[in-house]
Design a protein around this ligand. Structure first.
Ligand code: M6R
Length: 606
């Protein structure tokens, strides 16, 4: 989730303004940054790894001359944070510069074609391919706009792009698909940025680009076209009423709610894993004699759900383990045949790193699933996969959890295919379920929000909440419990529903709220029994189940209806109402949902 900026000024130099804009976008990514301008017919670029202010202190970003330019603040996805991988990227002739937010899915294929044509590349990024492709199109006589549109017709994936070319030093070319891009119209300034926070101190007049559009930005005009056929689009500006902070939160009152809403997009990005790395991880998982999925907190819950998915799809027994318990529990049996897939959003959780260091010294194979390139986990892993969620600012993990689950599902499916454990028909059905996932996520967020808001009102004074689920839904129950507990501070318990009668049922008295996670899977008939047992003792059953599951709906005191889904994908969808519940309970109880007390985003103490 990088931040991009394009800017043209009528007077003076543009670089100090781009720098200020980038500072307001740093929440979108901060591992490297750079600016390119056009000056005296040449493109000048300054960029490096590190934070914006550090790079400026070293390279004087603000000192670049020129009245037109582009800038970027990066959250690495393809290629570690480094000077070479920092944006802007140039084409082979050094006359085209590009900044990009998003993922070019087919960049390997395109790069191969360009290498055959004699292009050489300086970075490991997907973005550089765009600059070279535009160059190739321009060699055929196309102007910069036509060449960009033609390039984008070959590109698959998500992007917002800002492009400058020395041949047309009066304009910035923009394009958008799935990643946000907004034009800002000022007096003597024109902007384009990933969000309006970048340019709000200069102007409140904004024009939103839509998916599949390309635009030309000049000092006194903007023109929008469809990428498909370059037919022109008329769109006038809107006047924004946001403060910079509100714009950074895209109008949401808190980052946590924004991140819950972002999940349709982040799940989509998590499906854009780089196959080369996925297959390496899959190969190494396949070779393991003992395979562990290791994580802490929410990431452990992803491991638990992942263990069901690997077992059911790929017939791989992968043992989920809480990182801080690993050495005591399994330490003595670790050896060269052990494979550990560590799941950590930050890649820096000390409990995870400690367990991995122990295993590494005993020659185990370390694999990683993380959101942060360049994190310690990426450095100590033999191979790793990036979940592509972008920075998560809310302390409670929301979008990063559903992305972890999506990535684990993707890995399991690949392994199942390698092992020949799924038929073609099953594979096709699962692929289709995965491609429908982003729109289902969107639907669940929207449909469950009003119901959950009402539940939060009713439960704001609850003294205890119980969460029950069976099979893979036990992981959902644990994650629901953690989310609600850490944001609302209400004591919460989660149990496998089958275990509830072995103890927890004794706490049930009249009116005790019990949440049941009950998708339509092979555990459903048992959970119906558990609901009845609890209700018979006075529990108030709040059941998350399929919208046409009349039997469970009939048993529920309150039901949270869900769309039908493949049971293995249910934790992704069924966790969302609990994320929203946690958020609204926090508000009801006067807590800050973005910064729950006593917690840190990355836990680096043992
Ligand atoms: O960065 P990691 O995924 O390794 O972090 C693990 C936990 O600290 C984290 O999931 C924590 O439990 C969050 N507060 C959950 O919302």
């Amino acid at each position: 989730m990088c931040g991009i900026v394009g800017c043209i000024v009528a007077k003076g130099n543009v670089a100090p303004i781009i720098f200020e804009c980038l500072k307001r976008l740093e929440y979108r990514g901060y591992d490297s940054a750079g600016i390119a301008t056009i000056h005296e017919g040449r493109i000048l670029v300054r960029k490096d790894a590190g934070k914006l202010s550090e790079i400026d202190a070293k390279l004087d970003l603000k000192g670049l001359p020129g009245s037109i330019g582009i800038g970027h603040t990066r959250w690495a996805t393809h290629g570690a944070p480094s000077q070479a991988n920092a944006h802007p990227h140039l084409d082979g002739s050094g006359t085209i510069a590009v900044v990009h937010n998003g993922i070019i899915e087919n960049f390997m294929e395109l790069k191969r074609e360009l290498l055959e044509l004699g292009h050489t590349f300086r970075s490991k990024t997907d973005t550089e391919v765009v600059a070279h492709l535009i160059q190739e199109m321009m060699k055929k006589g196309m102007d910069i706009l036509t060449a960009t549109a033609e390039t984008l017709r070959k590109v698959k994936g998500s992007y917002s792009l800002a492009i400058i070319h020395t041949g047309t030093p009066d304009r910035v070319i923009l394009a958008r698909n799935e990643s946000p891009l907004i034009i800002g119209i000022g007096e003597g300034f024109m902007f384009a940025a990933s969000d309006a926070a970048a340019f709000l101190p200069y102007t409140d007049k904004a024009v939103y680009l839509e998916n599949g559009e390309v635009a030309v930005l000049k000092i006194d005009e903007y023109k929008i076209f469809k990428i498909d056929d370059l037919r022109s689009v008329n769109r006038s500006h809107v006047v924004l009423k946001w403060t910079v902070e509100e714009a950074q939160k895209a109008g949401f009152p808190h980052y946590t709610l924004k991140e819950i809403y972002e999940q349709a997009q982040t799940v989509r990005e998590a499906l854009r894993l780089q196959l080369t790395y996925v297959d390496l991880v899959v190969e190494l998982l396949d070779r393991g004699r003992d395979v562990f999925l290791l994580g802490a907190g929410t990431s452990y819950h992803a491991c638990l759900a992942g263990s069901y998915i690997f077992s059911k799809l790929a017939r791989l027994s992968a043992y989920p383990v809480i990182a801080s318990e690993f050495v005591e529990n399994y330490g003595s049996s670790i050896g060269v045949d052990t494979v550990i897939l560590a799941v950590s959003q930050s890649g820096e959780t000390i409990d995870v790193l400690n367990a991995l260091e122990y295993a590494r010294l005993r020659a185990a194979t370390i694999l990683g699933l993380t959101n942060v390139v360049g994190s310690t986990l990426t450095r100590i892993s033999r191979a790793y996969v990036l979940q592509n969620s972008g920075p998560e600012i809310g302390v409670a993990a929301t979008k990063t959890f559903t992305s972890q689950l999506t990535a684990l599902m993707f890995l399991a499916l690949r392994l199942a295919r390698k092992r020949g454990k799924v038929s073609q028909a099953e594979m096709d059905a699962l692929q289709e379920d995965l491609s429908n996932l982003p729109s289902l996520v969107n639907k669940v967020v929207k449909d469950s929000e009003p119901i959950v808001k009402e539940i939060a009102k009713q439960l704001s004074n609850a003294e205890l909440l119980l969460f029950l689920g069976r099979g893979i839904s036990y992981a959902t129950a644990l994650e629901g419990r953690l989310k609600v507990m850490e944001l609302s501070y209400i004591p919460c318990i989660a149990y496998p529903a089958g275990e509830s009668k072995h103890g927890p049922i004794s706490i049930i008295e009249e009116g005790q709220p019990v949440f049941f996670v009950a998708p339509r899977d092979e555990t459903r008939r048992y959970i119906i029994g558990n609901v009845m047992e609890m209700k018979a003792r006075g529990a108030r059953a709040i059941i998350t189940c399929e919208r046409d599951d009349d039997e469970l709906q009939g048993l529920a005191d309150i039901s949270i209806p869900m769309p039908p889904t493949n049971p293995l994908l249910s934790p992704i969808l069924y966790t969302i109402p609990y994320q929203l519940l946690a958020y609204y309970l926090a508000l009801e109880r006067g807590n800050d949902p973005d910064k729950p007390r006593n917690l840190a985003k990355s836990v680096t103490v043992l």
